[in-house]
Write a protein of this length. Sequence first.
Length: 187
Amino acid sequence: MIKKIINGLRSAFLCLLIMTVLCGVIYPGIVTVIAQTMFPSQADGSVVSVTLQDGTQKVYGSSLIAQEFSDPKYLIGRSMGTTNLSPVSEEQERLVAERIAWWHSLDPDNKKDIPMDLVTASGSGVDPNISPSGAAYQVERIARERGISEESVKAIIAENTAGRFLGFWGEPSVNVLNVNLALDGLR
């Protein structure tokens, strides 16, 4: 009886050891090597760093993860934080109303309709992009706050707008961090 228990424990321990080595060392090692070889920027977090005038490097964030901007002189992205609410729920309606009020307080002169992506949160809560219409909604405010022409702001947004994947998949998008770095003259 005790011999059976010891053999069972030995088998269980051996299985645990093999699975730990396979799933905890070998598999992650292979995935890391493939990622670093084929997609080095993405594997390292798609970090956006800029060389400043004094020659130092400064990391500003990731092109794949949103950073929060709220200063009127910047392009402002989607609301951060995940919301898995029904589009018709009372809580979603309340959140959208709060965000609309925030946009109106940020730029009271802008009477245009606010694009939906600016008043709803993304599923991940850290979407680094907004729609071209969300960016266009903000052009006048950014130009006014920075004392530059709207055409300059539109050109920077156009340079940082990605089209549809393979020409038909998904929607065009504007990377908020890259636009703001360009507005600051860092890109």
